[in-house]
Design a binder for this molecule. Structure first.
Ligand code: NAD
Length: 236
């Protein structure tokens, strides 16, 4: 059914969350193996930690950047990039900060929560590759100010450009596919609801139930995204 919908749709938007990258080896936030099981996000990935708990803030992001540098996109990310080239999907809205969609070759991507792939100076706004955080003295800009990852911290607003692009694409979508998101983070979870209200067919592929399952036209639980995408690919 989903393969047919993909072929027939005129504007397909994919909305991905942390579950998209667990098959790459990156833990998500909220499922049983998730990153937040042992750490408090409001303490580490927050504006409060950036200002008042900088040592732990830096350690947390050094560890995330190191992990991400050891992994990369999986076949599911690559399949989405191929589908974009083939005109089957038009846009990806992602909550992920790992940059894996672009690494796999996807071009039209809105990163709602920014990217860990880059650092920005809090003083002069100069940008650097994220891996600079792993070098000695790598948290300081050449101007002497602190460098922070270009991610959206708890307590910060989402980037305007990504939000605008996400809204524009959602309103164009006649097929909207959620991949690996608990849909608990607001305002990101607004987009699947907006798509549905605007008449799109809503598909949710997530291991566990989500609060938006009741309004979706198709829900797939208990299956890995990579396996579902591979099966669809065979039917295209
Ligand atoms: P979440 O952790 O709240 O939910 C992830 C969902 O994915 C879970 O419900 C889980 O059941 C499902 N899932 C996990 N692996 C799956 C798989 N292989 N197949 C199908 N479903 C699978 O994540 P979220 O909704 O994206 O929300 C949270 C925040 O997490 C975002 O702000 C995002 O920036 C951040 N985050 C990003 C990364 C990353 O960039 N890779 C990693 C962790 C967290």
């Amino acid at each position: 059914m989903l393969a047919q919908w993909l072929k027939e749709s005129k504007h397909t938007v994919v909305f991905s969350g942390a579950g998209m990258s667990t098959e790459s080896g990156i833990p998500d936030f909220r499922s049983k193996q998730g990153l937040w099981r042992h750490k408090d996000p409001t303490k580490l990935a927050s504006t409060y930690a950036l200002m008042h708990n900088r040592e732990e803030f830096v350690q947390f992001y050094q560890s995330r950047i190191e992990t991400l540098s050891q992994y990369g996109p999986h076949a599911g990310h690559e399949r989405l990039a191929t589908w974009e080239k083939e005109g089957l999907i038009n846009y990806i809205i992602t909550q992920n900060v790992d940059h894996f969609h672009q690494q796999a070759g996807s071009v039209h991507v809105a990163e709602l929560h920014g990217t860990i792939n880059r650092l920005r100076c809090q003083g002069c706004e100069k940008e650097y590759p994220g891996t600079r955080y792993l070098q000695a003295g790598g948290t300081i800009c050449t101007c002497g100010q602190f460098l922070r990852p270009c991610v959206v911290l708890f307590g910060e607003a989402l980037p305007k450009e990504a939000l605008r692009a996400a809204e524009r694409e959602t309103l164009c979508a006649d097929l909207f596919i959620v991949l690996g998101s608990s849909l608990q983070v607001s305002p990101a979870n607004f987009f699947p609801q907006l798509a549905k209200q605007n008449g799109a067919t809503l598909v949710i592929i997530n291991m566990e139930p989500t609060p938006l399952d009741g309004i979706a036209d198709l829900v797939i639980h208990d299956r890995k995204i990579g396996d579902v995408l591979a099966e669809i690919d065979q039917k295209l």
